[in-house]
Write a protein that binds this ligand. Structure first.
Ligand code: NAP
Length: 311
């Protein structure tokens, strides 16, 4: 039997261990050949600290998945594309719009596949929500994405440094779902950013947006939620309300719970299946709209200092 293409994993931290590793093993679309990380390694997998060294030792390496923080993503992706690898980018695809545009152009020039992944778009009920909304008139959208940063991101100092995006690290997941389920552009109108006095990025944000047809979209992102964790999007339409919750895994329409398609895999299994299809078809997938909304939130943002945050 033909061997699956060889892939490397870069940035062996929380998401690489929790999701990428088991999903590569479960789907079998790729074979994990090496890791690239400054400090960490995985038992039984050759580990490298330099991309050049890794590529020299594994000339058959076809692809790399970058699970590092966004601030170092561009340099790693550029080097990987120049080394001839297809590249799977964790979200957000880069720290800035300029970087992701440059990567997309480089991938085209080098005839490499670039996949800017948005894992939340692969949550089980997102396609059903998108399909139901396709025929409806949207009247209002209310997003609540509230989680406890100490629980979900312990010790992740990069989140609080420029380019780490603070609460937009999870908030961009909500925006990736929003821009998937609502066709047409979404405009940012107002942004309040609550920034701890000792940090560079917001711990909370309240956004006011608008759909192309003028329907209001409100978003409440908060890293200080120590009660029930909430990742939900409510859409009021001419045919009743739709509630996508549990980060897109659960769906209620007009008060009725919709059963998920049992054939759908986990978010990351679906991401690896998509990447494998893109690699086979030699096709890129780079949608920057969620990052554009975050960028607009910073451009229009009103900075409100709040008490210092200590991990
Ligand atoms: P993490 O636990 O901090 O892991 C990132 C790893 O990248 C680190 O362990 C580190 O390994 C490496 N790294 C390389 N350069 C670094 C630098 N300058 N500063 C810090 N680490 C550096 O982060 P994560 O939660 O896995 O998140 C990584 C990316 O995945 C982020 O873009 C995040 O938005 C995305 N993501 C995370 C989650 C989640 O639930 N955590 C979910 C979906 C997506 P070495 O020290 O060995 O180099």
């Amino acid at each position: 039997m033909e061997q699956a293409p060889l892939i490397a994993l870069a940035g062996i931290g929380k998401i690489a261990r929790d999701q990428h590793l088991p999903s590569i093993a479960a789907t079998g679309n790729f074979t994990l050949a090496a890791t690239l990380s400054r400090n960490a390694s995985l038992s039984g997998v050759p580990a490298y600290r330099s991309l050049d060294e890794m590529c020299a030792a594994h000339p058959d390496l076809a692809a790399i998945a970058l699970c590092t923080p966004p601030q170092v993503r561009y340099e790693q992706a550029r080097a990987a594309l120049e080394a001839g690898l297809d590249v799977f980018l964790e979200k957000p695809p880069a720290a800035t719009l300029g970087e992701i545009e440059a990567l997309a152009a480089l991938a085209r020039d080098r005839d490499r596949v670039l996949f800017a992944s948005w894992h939340s778009r692969f949550a089980r009920q997102v396609p059903a929500a998108r399909d139901w909304l396709a025929d409806r008139t949207v009247r209002a959208v209310d997003i609540r994405w509230r989680e406890d940063v100490r629980h979900w991101h312990p010790g992740q100092d990069w989140l609080w440094q420029p380019g780490g995006m603070g609460v937009f690290d999870p908030g961009i997941n909500a925006l990736s779902i929003l821009t998937e389920i609502l066709p047409g552009p979404i405009f940012l109108r107002r942004s309040d950013l609550y920034v701890p006095e000792n940090r560079a990025t917001p711990i909370a944000a309240q956004l006011e947006m608008e759909t192309a047809t003028g329907a209001p979209v409100a978003a409440d992102f908060d890293f200080r939620e120590t009660g029930p964790q909430v990742w939900e999007i409510r859409v009021e339409t001419d045919a009743g309300s739709l509630l996508l919750h549990e980060g897109g895994a659960a769906l209620d329409i007009a008060g009725r719970t919709i059963a998920p398609d049992p054939a759908t895999g986990s978010e990351y299994e679906e991401l690896y299946r998509r990447f494998a299809r893109l690699v086979a078809a030699r096709q890129a997938e780079v949608d920057i709209t969620p990052l554009t909304l975050v960028s607009d939130a910073f451009l229009l943002g009103r900075q409100i200092p709040v008490e210092p945050f200590h991990d």
